[in-house]
Design a protein around this ligand. Structure first.
Ligand SMILES: C[S@@+](CC[C@H](N)C(=O)[O-])C[C@H]1O[C@@H](n2cnc3c(N)ncnc32)[C@H](O)[C@@H]1O
Length: 222
């Protein structure tokens, strides 16, 4: 299956929401924590003055986009260095999420905004560094505990998109081997995602979202 067709629907839904948040909240100097290949650099470029990618040396991704080696727990910059923090699909890979949120809070300016995407229902990936899934209640608890003011928690889908995506990934497991079903599976995967999108519009049962997007602010000094 052409790789980009495998999860085109969830990527579109994720990126559409992130684009809205970029326009509304991003500004100044941005730190991208667990940046991977920095896929959102072009999206944020119109709104920020710099985009600093942070990732650890053991990352499974290429190192080309890393500006600063570090971990989500130790970013070697002074307090209050950034206006915006971006952290997409990383929190589930962190064994100490609270410590990571405290570090994000430290490097943000008072009034600075953090944008996170965090899965609730998703298969194991990037093992063995895959530790947790988060409900909206767990996210609220963690962000508020670490000193953030929560502005938004947005579920990105209902049951059907989550179910459809998991089914597509499950079927993709059979894409290898002697039968080489790839064209059938590609077509089947696209049809399942299209159907899932339509059904999700008819009934968006958000308690089955695959992902949340969070907007949180470090309170301004008084
Ligand atoms: C699923 S990828 C997401 C990458 C990128 N943010 C994106 O949206 O495409 C998870 C990322 O978290 C990074 N990561 C895992 N553990 C980390 C840690 N302790 N500190 C910083 N980054 C970490 C990985 O190296 C990887 O780049």
């Amino acid at each position: 299956m052409a790789r980009q067709l495998l999860n085109i629907l969830v990527n579109e839904l994720h990126d559409a929401q992130l684009r809205r948040y970029a326009a509304e909240y991003a500004r100044g100097q941005l730190v991208d924590i667990g940046c991977g290949i920095k896929p959102y650099q072009a999206m944020f470029a119109p709104f920020v003055t710099s985009h600093v990618g942070v990732d650890h040396r053991e990352t499974l991704h290429t190192h080309e986009q890393i500006d600063l080696y570090g971990t989500a727990y130790t970013i070697s910059v002074a307090d209050n260095s950034f206006d915006t923090a971006l952290c997409t699909a990383v929190l589930e890979h962190l064994e100490e999420p609270e410590a990571a949120l405290r570090e994000c809070h430290r490097v943000l300016q008072p009034g600075g905004v953090a944008l996170y995407s965090v899965p609730f229902i998703w298969h194991l990936h990037e093992e063995p560094r895959d530790f947790f899934r988060y409900s909206k209640h767990g996210l609220r608890y963690l962000f508020e505990k670490t000193g953030f003011e929560l502005l938004e928690i947005q579920p990105l889908s209902g049951f059907w998109v989550t179910f459809g995506q998991l089914l597509v990934y499950y079927l993709y497991r059979f894409n290898h081997g002697p039968l080489r079903w790839s064209k059938v599976i590609t077509l089947g995967g696209v049809v399942i995602q299209a159907l899932a999108f339509v059904l999700d519009q008819l009934d968006k049962a958000e308690q089955w979202t695959w992902m949340y997007m969070v907007v949180a602010r470090k309170p301004a000094c008084r």
